[in-house]
Design a protein around this ligand. Structure first.
Ligand code: FES
Length: 568
């Protein structure tokens, strides 16, 4: 197969002329024949003025280029979509598949022998890995790294677990306008991704466990010099892979590596979003994530990382304690150490190099975990025939078995309008229900599953309630929150049948979530549901494609035609 500049020639008649033309144009950039005859390493540029999480990308790119050139290959930087969590309307999840398609097609369309994808903010790493898996070109992933922590009145702060905690205090009247403004300037003190165990950190750890990035690359803080040395080393590895034409993602992503990723997802107290993304990545290979097997794993794998929101520390503490290699060392036989990584090393070799840090308490040993069971549990029941997820490690233990009266919100907008209404009929034992917030319903499955505690209850001291929805939740959030109820209400899932005052029973030990209404009544309600029509927002463009082809949460929310097997 052709390589370097000869790869994937644009067709202008004969191949010789096509190459002649390509070289004529690229020489306009001042490249020599020597440079153009080298193996090519493509490098994605996801820098954007809208994306502070990726604020160090230009410096990372320079370091990668240095590594590539020191190893005798030719770096070529190209732009792709950049998605920043809080600058993506309606949601970043809505755009993840667009970024995956963009990245995949640019990898395919342009000549390169390997590719370095640089990402980090929540949906970007999953999108890039989905793309790399489908393109199946040798790939090195570089997470941009977490922010360093902030400080406020002697307290350590982190985006965005503490954003939510302190906003909750503000809503409850415990913090005034002046203090919340001061906090606002201290929650994100540097570029980089959220420094708690949110989706960005979760996906970076999973990427390292999958062997797609260099050891320690998940945790090195974004502004640290070590981050750029790691990027240079990643460039070197990408150059070696370009020359060797491997390993490709299809060679690295085995059933074993997906199992390792699931173990790590549970052990880090990872984001529930991580499960959706890992499912989407697996579905682009011949492997699958089985929700029941994932739940079973959760009963065996303890949470070992003491990080917010499940614990106390932040990503830089995890890093200084030994990072993912040390975590995998502590997990022992739960990790299959024969799995291979991009460098050709096995995880056994990676773990053998893990640093021993005396006195550290961010990475716990297996006999002294943060939680005896894993981060997440998968629930089933008449409310969630195809499953739902709860991050039990960040929930209130006393609410894990709870029966309460439903207080229903029809949509995110309805919830926003009414949740703080002093006349809302709600008490602390009720179950807050949000629907029409799934992949199609909202659209884009917003991170609205963290329903706020109604102000009148928050002011009375209520800190947590059972909340259920077909939405997602930020990995940085906490509470007794059931998410990803599947099928979602917008496609007629049972969540659409719940009425105010119905009783709902959550039993995490039994892995169940049920609506305590008899089947005959539910059937009556089902028959009365309005038939689905194409919503106004989905009549054209990407929105149309999204609405027509988006899969449910249990299938990773990819487009149906993007899976390995294509459309059914
Ligand atoms: Fe970008 Fe949290 S907002 S990682």
């Amino acid at each position: 197969m052709a390589d370097g500049l000869r790869k994937g020639l644009t067709s202008y008649g004969d191949a010789g002329f096509s190459l002649f033309l390509r070289k004529a144009f690229i020489k306009a950039m001042g490249y020599s024949d020597d440079a153009l005859n080298r193996p090519i390493v493509g490098i994605t540029n996801t820098y954007s003025d809208y994306n502070p999480c990726h604020g160090n990308v230009p410096q990372i790119i320079e370091a990668v280029k240095r590594g590539v050139m020191l190893s005798g290959a030719m770096p070529m930087v190209f732009p792709t979509i950049s998605i920043a969590e809080s600058f993506a309307f309606p949601t970043s999840m809505y755009l993840r598949n667009l970024m995956a398609m963009d990245t995949e097609e640019m990898i395919r369309a342009q000549p390169m022998d390997s590719v370095v994808v640089i990402g980090g903010c929540d949906k970007t790493l999953p999108a890039q890995i989905m793309a790399a898996v489908s393109a199946d070109l040798p790939t090195v992933v570089i997470p941009v790294g977490p922010m360093v922590v902030g400080h406020h009145k002697g307290e350590v702060l982190g985006a965005c677990t503490d954003c939510r905690r302190l906003w909750g205090k503000y809503r409850a009247g415990e913090i005034d306008d002046i203090e919340i403004e001061a906090v606002n300037g201290r929650l994100a003190p540097s570029v980089g991704t959220c420094m708690v165990m949110g989706t960005a950190s979760t996906m970076a750890c999973i990427t390292e466990a999958l062997g797609l990035s260099l050891p320690m690359s998940a945790t090195i803080p974004a502004p640290h010099a070590e981050r750029f040395r790691s990027a240079e080393a990643s460039g070197r590895v990408a150059a070696v892979m370009a020359k060797a034409k491997g390993p490709k993602p299809s060679e690295l992503l085995t059933a074993t590596s997906f199992q390792n990723a699931q173990v790590v997802l549970q052990a880090i107290g990872g984001s529930t979003n991580g499960l959706i993304h890992l499912t989407a990545i697996a579905n682009r290979t011949r492997h699958r994530i089985d929700l029941d097997a994932f739940d079973k794993l959760g009963r065996e794998v303890p949470v070992l990382i003491d990080l917010k929101p499940s614990g106390e520390h932040y990503m830089e503490h995890f890093h200084h304690a030994g990072g993912v290699p040390k975590l995998m060392a502590q997990l022992g036989d739960l990790i299959d150490l024969d799995a291979k990584t991009i460098t050709g090393q096995t995880l056994r070799e990676v773990v053998a190099d893990a640093e021993e840090v005396p006195g550290q308490d961010a990475i716990r040993p297996r006999d002294n975990p943060i939680k005896a069971e894993g981060a997440m549990a998968v629930l089933h029941g008449n409310l969630a025939p195809r499953g739902a997820v709860i991050k039990q490690s960040a929930a209130s233990p006393k609410l894990l078995q709870h029966t309460g009266r439903a207080v229903v919100f029809e949509s995110v907008e309805d919830m926003t309008l009414r949740v703080d209404d002093p006349d809302l009929d709600v008490n602390a034992d009720d179950v807050l229900v949000l629907r029409n917030a799934g992949p199609k319903g909202a659209p884009g499955m917003p991170e609205a599953g963290y329903l706020p505690i109604p102000k009148k209850l928050a002011r009375g001291g209520t800190k947590d309630m059972v909340r259920i929805s077909d939405a997602r939740m930020s990995g940085t959030a906490f509470g007794t929150i059931v998410l990803h109820i599947t099928p979602e209400s917008a496609v007629g899932g049972p969540l659409a049948l719940v009425r105010n005052g119905d009783m709902i029973r959550l039993d995490v030990a039994k892995r169940s979530i049920d609506l305590l209404v008899d089947e005959a009544e539910l059937e009556k309600r089902r028959a009365a549901l309005a038939p689905a029509v194409t919503p106004e927002w989905a009549r054209r463009g990407y929105a149309h494609l999204f609405n027509e082809t988006i899969l449910q949460a249990d299938e990773g929310c990819d487009f149906d035609f993007m899976r390995e097997q294509g459309k059914d």
